[in-house]
Design a protein around this ligand. Structure first.
Ligand SMILES: *[C@@H]1O[C@H](CO)[C@@H](O)[C@H](O)[C@H]1NC(C)=O
Ligand SMILES: *[C@@H]1O[C@H](CO)[C@@H](O)[C@H](O)[C@H]1NC(C)=O
Length: 512
């Protein structure tokens, strides 16, 4: 009886909605279940009216913030059983009034096992499970659901993810090149088997908390300010932004106790720890992982804020590599990174550098990385780019399908400590400036919005030579007025000031 009451209600709702859209009628478990493959099950189906909100709130631990002011859509959650002992969930917004025939998948961050509703909200407007299976199967099942819901497959399929989401994307491009036509990859943790041991070792270099070599949190802004003082002008413009950290020969000695003019100073032991953060991680003369870039200091707090190294490293070692929850970071040795390198448990690492299948079908990648990233060093993305270039016939041959952008002053995926233009509406970015912010407010076009730029490249063939990044007067307030805009340039070009115009205006800069 209750069931039939519900059905009656649904069909009435359907009839009413039919004026606005034919497709809203299908926002029901009965209609959508037919589209699911045998290993998947609908957990929830809900019609979200225009201006509404959807998500799971704090029950979704990694993504507790729900997007607001959504266009009308059918929001669904699907559970996929991948083996007798594993399953994953994904969420989907199916717009019900107008659909632009595009499909967008967004990635996660960290080891977060949750649905990233907030980035999905942004996309609605513009348009082994962890290792690779979840993203791929999500794409396959979703395409089936789309066909059912709209009676047509998506014309174009897109991916957008930063950090672990960047890794998920690159891995998918290598393993299932047919999944996506365009992929937006931010600060990827692509070299996970090296990254996780590296971040553990780095955390350990600053532990335990009473060690004489420990850099306390309040010294981070001190060293950050000195890096800016020494390195800002190296790129030719004194604007508080270190745009060429690789060309700066930083000398820590002005900060040493006895010499320092700051109220805080570094002991020799603390200075040694700082050097470890910048230095490449070498084992027996071989590069294991690149060090952090000059200007990343403000974010080092994320590497060692507690009494343990960042769990991005130690959880990987415990649960992926050694299968030993009792493993203690004090037992770390170089053998850990060598073992991880050999095993790559879960096939997490995106190191199949021959991406010809992806290129040959005409698909495109835009990858970017903040040069002030204090979690994943930007140079790891340079290494990825170089390895793909070396495998596929040199850097010159990449530009027709793979473009890479370094963003001066951008921290990990979002934000800046120095007022640098950083916002391009990339993955995770809209979410930090507001739950109802989509694209670049006031500049919603392919010059400023990286997803629109990617769509223009994929759909019209207009390659992306540069993008204009934005910073606001109040850093996270998009109505407080534009503070600065500046192009970021397709690697290896850099933004160069024209020597005459306003340095805060994008028109005064060229990519060279
Ligand atoms: C998903 O399905 C698996 C069984 O295949 C089950 O163990 C798991 O609890 C389900 N997850 C949810 C959230 O329902
Ligand atoms: C953002 O800036 C505008 C314009 O200055 C101001 O009216 C508004 O209160 C600010 N919003 C927040 C949340 O501070």
């Amino acid at each position: 009886m209750i069931l039939s009451t519900n059905l009656l209600f649904l069909s009435l709702a359907c009839a009413r909605l039919a004026f606005a859209s034919l497709t809203s009628c299908s926002c029901s478990a009965a209609a959508l279940s037919e589209a699911l493959l045998g290993n998947s099950e609908l957990l929830s189906v809900r019609f979200v009216p225009a201006g509404g909100s959807f998500g799971e709130g704090t029950a979704n631990i990694p993504f507790p913030t729900n997007p607001t002011n959504l266009p009308a859509n059918c929001a669904i959650i699907v559970n996929v059983t991948t083996s007798p002992v594993s399953s994953f969930r994904f969420g989907l917004f199916l717009p019900t009034t107008t659909w632009n025939e595009r499909f967008l998948t967004v990635g996660n961050g960290g080891f977060s096992g949750g649905i990233n509703w907030l980035d999905m909200g942004s996309g609605l407007q513009t348009r082994e499970d962890f290792g690779f299976r979840a993203i791929h199967e999500t794409a396959v099942i979703t395409k089936e659901i789309i066909k059912r819901f709209y009676n047509a497959p998506p014309k174009f399929s897109y991916y957008s993810g930063c950090s672990m989401g960047g890794r998920q994307g690159l891995k998918d491009a290598q393993k299932f090149p047919e999944d996506f036509d365009g992929m937006l990859i931010g600060a990827p943790a692509w070299w996970l088997k090296r990254f996780s041991p590296w971040i553990t070792k780095l955390g350990i270099s600053n532990l335990p908390i009473d060690a004489p070599n420990r850099i306390p949190l309040q010294l981070l802004s001190t060293i950050g300010a000195e890096v800016t003082r020494q390195c800002d002008g190296v790129d030719g413009v004194v604007d508080g932004i270190v745009s060429a950290p690789d060309e700066c020969n930083f000398d820590l000695s002005p900060l040493l106790c006895g010499y320092s003019s700051f109220s805080e100073c570094f002991t020799n032991e603390q200075a040694q720890t700082a050097k470890e953060f910048y230095n490449d991680y070498m084992v027996k003369g071989k590069l294991m992982f690149p060090g952090l870039e000059l200007s990343s200091e403000e974010q080092w707090a994320l590497l060692f804020s507690g009494e343990e190294p960042n769990p991005l490293g130690s959880d990987y070692i415990k649960y992926f590599l050694l299968n030993d929850p009792d493993w203690r970071y004090q037992d770390y040795t170089d053998d850990i990174i060598l073992l991880a390198d050999r095993l790559d448990p879960g096939q997490n690492t995106a190191d199949s550098y021959d991406m010809s299948d992806f290129r040959n079908q005409g698909s495109k990648i835009i990858m970017y990385h903040g040069m002030s990233d204090g979690v994943i060093p930007s140079r790891s993305s340079n290494i990825f780019y170089e390895k793909v270039a070396a495998t596929m016939g040199g850097a010159g041959s990449l530009s027709n399908w793979f473009r890479f952008f370094l963003v001066p002053g951008l921290q990990h995926c979002v934000g800046t400590a120095v007022g640098a233009p950083w916002y391009v509406a990339g993955p995770n970015q809209a979410g930090v400036v507001g739950t109802d912010i989509f694209s670049v407010p006031g500049f919603s076009d392919p010059k400023h919005d990286v997803m629109l730029a990617l769509m223009e490249w994929v759909e019209d063939g207009t390659a992306v030579d540069s993008l204009v990044a934005t910073a606001w007067i109040e850093p996270l307030n998009t109505t407080s007025g534009v503070k600065r805009q500046r192009p970021i340039c397709s690697f290896p070009a850099r933004a160069v000031w024209d020597q005459t115009g306003d340095v805060n205006s994008a028109n005064s800069w060229l990519c060279r």
